[in-house]
Design a protein around this ligand. Structure first.
Ligand code: FAD
Length: 299
């Protein structure tokens, strides 16, 4: 890890860093308040875009739409709506895409999604639906000239036989019109560097934006990582060991680790970051400040 030595500005010459933030649609009024407090706190950092996830099995169709539409109406932010192929016909998905266009949304994160039975069950496309994220991307582009972002997996998608098979899928998504890939979160940057080298060797030149998960609750993050194929380095587990009842120290360690992770990425030439905010602003706000991003005055 080559964090700059004390005294030097670790971000010298990296003024063009840009960030995006991911939120999930709230289930309750209380969660809605938390989400909107986070959106309001992060808005002045002028992210490139903010995205709102789509619940497993299409379970948050209305809530995702309502959140995205409110962001269009009430903020200066550019929202991207996540959309999956799960449990819907092409006609149903196409209606959702058109409704986003009518609501003023111009960016979709196109995903296949997980089987309705949950991660680990085998995926069976809906009869009459889009079979995968590449087909969905092509479908979105047929409807209107949306910006389309897609997923990428530095450590291999759990269903995929190899990283190479994942990169074939990424190539198909790019051929269908995707112009950005956002990665699954990872804790060991070496996986990201190896992955990007392979993607570039395959001739894919769209931005591959690292997805960064600030680790506030290590246990939860580790369980989540196991489900989506992200490895948890022993040294990271070691840093959080014994701190289960010490939220304050955990938060400081999380901030220090996130800073190490993003500075190392910056030192390797990365300029775009996507933060999985979990609808909490504090840590992400602090990391953005460390990246040199300051609040812009309201327009
Ligand atoms: P694809 O890109 O279509 O496929 C991913 C990989 O899986 C492929 O590279 C391929 O190698 C392998 N694969 C796919 N299908 C098969 C198959 N049938 N047989 C063998 N291998 C196969 N999920 C949600 O429900 N809602 C969200 O909002 C959401 N947002 C996400 C955002 C990001 C940035 C990321 C990285 C993931 C997100 N997910 C979300 C999770 C995603 O839906 C799952 O990882 C899902 O299993 C794959 O969807 P995908 O679009 O990545 O699939």
């Amino acid at each position: 890890m080559s964090v700059a030595s004390l005294g030097a500005d670790p971000l010298l010459g990296t003024a063009e860093i840009s960030v995006s933030f991911e939120f999930f649609p709230p289930k309750t009024e209380k969660m809605e308040e938390t989400l909107w407090a986070a959106i309001r706190r992060l808005e002045p950092l002028a992210p490139r875009f903010v995205s709102v996830t789509y619940g497993a099995g299409g379970s948050t169709r209305e809530r995702t739409h309502a959140t995205v539409a409110r962001i269009v109406k009430e903020t200066s932010l550019k929202p991207a709506a996540h959309l999956t192929c799960v449990a819907a016909t092409r006609a149903e998905i196409d209606d959702i895409i058109r409704a986003y266009y009518e609501a003023g949304v111009r960016h979709i994160v196109a995903l296949r999604g997980d089987p309705p039975e949950g991660v680990g069950a085998s995926y069976c496309p809906h009869p009459g639906g889009y079979a995968n994220a590449a087909e969905l991307t092509a479908g979105i582009k047929r409807i209107a000239d949306f910006e389309v972002s897609v997923s990428a997996y530095p450590e291999r998608h759990p269903e995929s036989p190899s990283v190479e098979a994942d990169i074939d899928m990424l190539a198909a998504k790019v051929d269908a019109g995707a112009s950005r890939a956002i990665t699954q979160f990872f804790f060991d940057n070496a996986h990201f560097y190896r992955y990007v080298d392979k993607v570039r060797a395959r001739g894919i030149d769209i931005p591959i934006v690292p997805g960064i998960l600030p680790v506030v609750n290590f246990r939860q993050a580790a369980a989540f990582a196991t489900r989506c194929g992200t490895s948890v380095p022993a040294w990271l587990a070691d840093r959080f060991e014994g701190l289960e009842d010490d939220a304050e120290t955990r938060k400081l360690i999380a901030a220090a680790f996130a800073a190490e992770q993003v500075f190392d990425l910056v030192n390797h030439g990365v300029k775009d970051f996507h933060f999985y905010t979990m609808n909490r602003a504090d840590l992400v706000y602090a990391i953005c400040r460390l990246l040199g991003i300051k609040p812009k005055p309201a327009a």
